[in-house]
Design a protein around this ligand. Structure first.
Ligand code: AMP
Length: 206
C-alpha cells in the first residue's frame, strides 16, 4: 500500500506510454493526465484553446510552455488529483520541469517515480506508422512523425537526466507484448515500494 502515487510516464511517441499509463493510473486509483489527449479533445470540440493549438499540434511542434503548464495546473488542482496522478506527455522540456516543480512544491508534494519506457527509434516509427493507418491521427504523417521524434530526442529525453539525479527514474524495456511490458512496469514500481492496494481504489482516503 502506498500513500501517494505521483507518477510521470516518459517515452518516445509510439512507445505505448498512453496505453501503459492508463493501466498504471487505474491500478493506483489516480487520474491519468495526458496533455496530448486534452489538447486533441479541445481541438475536436472547437474550444478557444483548441483553436489556439490546432496548427501547432498538426505541425508536430510544442504548444507554448505557459499555456501547457497552466492547463496542467488547472487539471491537477481538481479534487481527483489530490492524492496522486499519472502525467503522460508533460513535462516535455526543461522549462516545464521547472513549472511542475514549482507547482508541486507549492502544494508540499513531490513525484514518487518517473517511468521511462525504453523503445528504439525504429520500433517507435514502425508503431506510429501502424497507428497512422489505424487511427488516422493528423500528426502521425511521415514528416510530422520525424519532427515529433526529433523534438523528443532533443528536448524531452534530457529531462530524464534531471530526474535521474533525483533517483526517480525507473527504466523499463518497452519492447514486447503489451501485458509483458505492463508487468515490467509494476515490478519496477514494486521494487520502490510503490504497490497499488489491490482493488484499484486510491490507497488513501479521498
Ligand atoms: P502527444 O499525444 O503527447 O504526442 O501530444 C500531441 C501534441 O500535443 C504534441 O505533438 C504537441 O503539439 C502537444 N503537446 C502535448 N503535450 C505537450 C507538452 N507537454 N508541451 C507542449 N506541447 C504538448
Amino acid at each position: 500500500m502506498t500513500n501517494s502515487a505521483r507518477f510521470l510516464i516518459v517515452g518516445p511517441q509510439g512507445s505505448g506510454k498512453g496505453t501503459q499509463g492508463v493501466l498504471v493510473a487505474e491500478a493506483f486509483g489516480v487520474p491519468q493526465v495526458a496533455t496530448g489527449d486534452i489538447f486533441r479533445e479541445n481541438v475536436k470540440g472547437g474550444t478557444d484553446l483548441g483553436k489556439q493549438v490546432q496548427e501547432i499540434i498538426e505541425a508536430g511542434h510544442l504548444v507554448p510552455d505557459e499555456l501547457t503548464s497552466e492547463l496542467v495546473r488547472d487539471r491537477l488542482a481538481q479534487p481527483d488529483a489530490a492524492h496522486g496522478f499519472l502525467l503522460d506527455g508533460y513535462p516535455r522540456n526543461r522549462g516545464q520541469v521547472d513549472h511542475l516543480d514549482a507547482f508541486l512544491e507549492g502544494r508540499g508534494e513531490s513525484l514518487d517515480a518517473v517511468i521511462e519506457l525504453v523503445v528504439p527509434r525504429e520500433e517507435s516509427i514502425a508503431r506510429l506508422r501502424q497507428r497512422a493507418s489505424d487511427q488516422g491521427r493528423t500528426d502521425d504523417t511521415e514528416e510530422v512523425i520525424e519532427n515529433r521524434l526529433a523534438i523528443y530526442e532533443r528536448e524531452t529525453a534530457p529531462i530524464l537526466d534531471v530526474y535521474r539525479e533525483r533517483d526517480l527514474v525507473l527504466p523499463v524495456d518497452g519492447v514486447g507484448a503489451l501485458d509483458e511490458v505492463t508487468a515490467r512496469i509494476f515490478a519496477a514500481l514494486a521494487e520502490r515500494g510503490l504497490v497499488p492496494n489491490g482493488d484499484g481504489a486510491a490507497a488513501v482516503p479521498a
